[in-house]
Design a protein around this ligand. Sequence first.
Ligand SMILES: Nc1ncnc2c1ncn2[C@@H]1O[C@H](COP(=O)(O)OP(=O)(O)OP(=O)(O)O)[C@@H](O)[C@H]1O
Ligand SMILES: Nc1ncnc2c1ncn2[C@@H]1O[C@H](COP(=O)(O)OP(=O)(O)OP(=O)(O)O)[C@@H](O)[C@H]1O
Lengths: 217, 217
Amino acid sequence: MKKFVVIGLGKFGASVSASLFELGCEVLAIDRNKDKVELIMDRVTQAVRLDATDEVAVKQLDLSGFDGAVVAMGENIAGSIFVTLLMKEIGLPMIVAKASNNLQAKVLSKVGADRVVFPEKDMGTRIAKSLVFPGILDYLDLSPEYMIIGVRATKDMDGKSLADMDFRNRYGVNVLLVRKGEEINATPRGSDIINAGDFMIIIGKRKQIETFRKEME
Amino acid sequence: MKKFVVIGLGKFGASVSASLFELGCEVLAIDRNKDKVELIMDRVTQAVRLDATDEVAVKQLDLSGFDGAVVAMGENIAGSIFVTLLMKEIGLPMIVAKASNNLQAKVLSKVGADRVVFPEKDMGTRIAKSLVFPGILDYLDLSPEYMIIGVRATKDMDGKSLADMDFRNRYGVNVLLVRKGEEINATPRGSDIINAGDFMIIIGKRKQIETFRKEME
Ligand SMILES: Nc1ncnc2c1ncn2[C@@H]1O[C@H](COP(=O)(O)OP(=O)(O)OP(=O)(O)O)[C@@H](O)[C@H]1O
Ligand SMILES: Nc1ncnc2c1ncn2[C@@H]1O[C@H](COP(=O)(O)OP(=O)(O)OP(=O)(O)O)[C@@H](O)[C@H]1O
């Protein structure tokens, strides 16, 4: 069972804490604000009110057996840098830190963060893409060149077979999977018939996916 | 070319604005804080300093031709509810609103938000999963029952063929794709040899993916 410490219980820190706990981990949640500590205490192993920049108090917690730390102290930029450094000194093997801006992100990496995250910025990009490409339900960036997208079959596709639509030759993209309602077909064949509303997972180079998507509108 | 208005230029709103603009859309970015407006003005079509709860001023902007609105006013909970309602009255066809908590989310939906987002909460869940399942590089939730994951082949797998490893019978999961460096194979066969570090896209029911993943550790 993995053990994690989460410092800073804003929206992001609280979510990481509760999610880790739900996934079966031991979670020590820390915040200097008593209300934040009380809000999370039923959803983690242990919640402690503490100023994480108080080095003596933090070292008394004995975090040496922990698998990782998440530093989510939001607007307390100097504090998050200092606490990240402290987690590195204590020897935490994995440190994730939330950053508010690029400059802070660089410093966090320098002082020991293994991974720096920008929740609002990343979600902003995802939302923008979903607004511009409404047919795309989700996507996986496979590499700088390839991506996988999930799309719903349109009315024009209703009743046609994959061979009829010939995506491979028309757009250079491959259909990896088709889901009809709850039924999943992970080995789609040319003879398979597509109906409007079916969910398809498609892979291709970005430009190809882009062309495919434009034609779908 | 699509047109969007983004109200509230915190980290999330600024990211949505800049991303939409980079994707080729016309973007009107609004904030009551002059500094926020100046920070974004080179990265959007037009940036306006305005209190979005000033109904008269907002209606003078003539947003009727726009494709959607993103309401990202962060901690101004009452304001974000009011502005969402205003966008609905004006007739914006797609309204995305950022919420800080579930109660606010319910109200936002009631007053017209087509989609309510929780950037920090969603990212918190993603980060938690990446900490607990470090082998899983990314994932797509296909349905309540199925998921697709991206994983790196481990040293034990080095030099074995997909038939040797027989994931389908051992775990009930299918390998959809194998990427070796830049080369992508979207139609993997039993005879294909896997090397440590190869990237594989695997689909299966959640329990099956979970079992597979545990064995990989
Ligand atoms: N020195 C500290 N010790 C412990 N907790 C701290 C310290 N400094 C800040 N925090 C806590 O970090 C939490 C997150 O900070 P804040 O609310 O500024 O961030 P935020 O950017 O709004 O966060 P989020 O985006 O996660 O909601 C707060 O609950 C705050 O009390
Ligand atoms: N009535 C209003 N009219 C225009 N802008 C507003 C109004 N109320 C708040 N805003 C703007 O919304 C922006 C986002 O708000 P705030 O910084 O409270 O949110 P946040 O939760 O920290 O945002 P984020 O998570 O996106 O960084 C601020 O720049 C603020 O000036």
